[in-house]
Design a protein around this ligand. Structure first.
Ligand SMILES: Cc1ncc(COP(=O)(O)O)c(C=O)c1O
Length: 377
């Protein structure tokens, strides 16, 4: 119906930073809402209904986005979800082709670097998947809610793999992380498949789309990104993360691999080879799968004040998503802390006892709080 000044200016900025097929922007309030927009527009543009997504994918928790979630624990209790949403094993081109052959797939939605576990595919596999989608007349959607706006050292993570998605979703960093905002970027043709006439001008909308606060925050963020070369900085820090953590991996047998790009890093832990360390690993993992990384997250916070996160359920991967302006000083703080903790883990079991105590204290506190509140009630 209209295009107010500020959404117009921010849309212009986003389009300018995208590949040539991206010409239009639809704003919303969150990442999940941008994904809902993508689902609706993909269905309208292709006149097909089925959506494919990757195993372990995360696209948000509203009903449509939840249907595309690759972890069953998120979906339990909320069904039935979108009919026909189909999971593809990560990077499995043959499985994708098999689904596409049925001719009813509207779109395949992917995270260019998967948030849960920080999993990557090589460029060739990505391009084969995108080509298969296009050959089948379906749309290729890159969900850049987490990876977009510089996180991985490019403005969009799909640029690493030379992809040209039909639809892009962004949120999080678009407003510098401060004001709720989401956006779906696409072509004029796909946009017009929804807004095809005056009567249909309101068929997809939301009250606060393109609100002034979010738009100004977005414009300010992008302008700071340009002035302070934030994307280039993120790329350079990615190299430094790999360099320093890979050097650490040569000294610590628990540290197996460093994944990710830019300021989105996955630190992968696994069983050591030496006998005593192996026994320690087994003792920890016996309490719960992937408990080892949890035993690091707790002292990283308690001892060093560093807030990290295990990248997903049942994987020994710690995910690092520092502020994009983090530099060598912050990298060294983390690497030194991890170095100390892993040395402790290899040398003695005091660290394991400390973890056990922390867990026990937490459990005791929860029991006391529960009994207090039940006596108040
Ligand atoms: C890739 C991806 N898509 C979508 C979402 C959902 O965004 P929101 O939490 O803003 O709904 C997230 C959130 O973490 C995400 O990482």
């Amino acid at each position: 119906m209209d295009c107010a000044l500020l959404p117009g200016l921010l849309a212009e900025q986003l389009v300018t930073r995208s590949h040539a097929g991206i010409e239009r922007v639809v704003f919303s309030n969150s990442g999940a809402e941008a994904v809902e927009t993508a689902i609706k527009f993909a269905r309208a543009a292709t006149k097909r209904s089925r959506l494919c997504y990757h195993a372990h994918a995360y696209h948000g928790l509203t009903m449509g986005a939840l249907a595309l979630n690759g972890s069953p624990e998120f979906k339990r209790g909320f069904g039935p979800l979108l009919p026909g949403a189909t999971e593809i094993p990560f990077g499995d081109l043959a499985a994708l082709r098999k689904e596409l052959r049925r001719g009813d797939v509207a779109a395949f939605i992917v995270e260019p670097i998967q948030g849960k576990g920080v999993y990557e595919l090589d460029g060739e596999r990505w391009r084969e998947m995108q080509a298969a989608v296009h050959e089948a007349g379906a749309l290729f959607i890159c969900d850049e809610v987490q990876t977009g706006i510089g996180r991985t050292g490019k403005f969009f993570a799909f640029e690493h793999y030379e992809l040209t998605p039909d639809i892009i979703t962004v949120s999080k960093a678009l407003s510098g992380g401060y004001v709720p905002v989401g956006a779906m970027l696409t072509s004029d043709k796909i946009l017009r498949s929804v807004y095809s006439s005056m009567e249909r001008a309101m068929v997809h909308s939301t009250t606060f789309k393109g609100n002034q606060m979010a738009m100004v925050a977005g414009l300010a963020t992008l302008s700071v990104f340009d002035d302070e070369h934030v994307v280039e900085h993120s790329a350079a820090m990615g190299d430094l993360w790999h360099h320093k953590l890979e050097a650490l991996a040569t000294r610590h047998e628990f540290l197996h691999e460093v994944r990710g790009r830019g300021q989105m890093i996955g630190v992968v832990f696994g069983p050591p080879t030496s006998r005593t360390a192996k026994l320690r690993w087994r003792a920890i993992e016996a309490t719960r799968t992937a408990m080892f990384s949890q035993t690091l997250v707790v002292p990283l916070f308690h001892r060093y004040g560093i807030l990290t996160q295990v990248a997903a359920d049942n994987v020994n991967v710690i995910k690092l998503l520092p502020p994009l302006i983090a530099g060598e000083v912050e990298i060294d703080i983390f690497v030194d802390a991890l170095d100390e903790l892993l040395s402790d883990a290899e040398r003695n079991s005091g660290w394991l006892v400390e973890f056990g105590m922390t867990m026990a204290k937490g459990a005791l506190k929860r029991t006391r709080t529960a009994s207090k509140s039940s006596s108040v009630a």
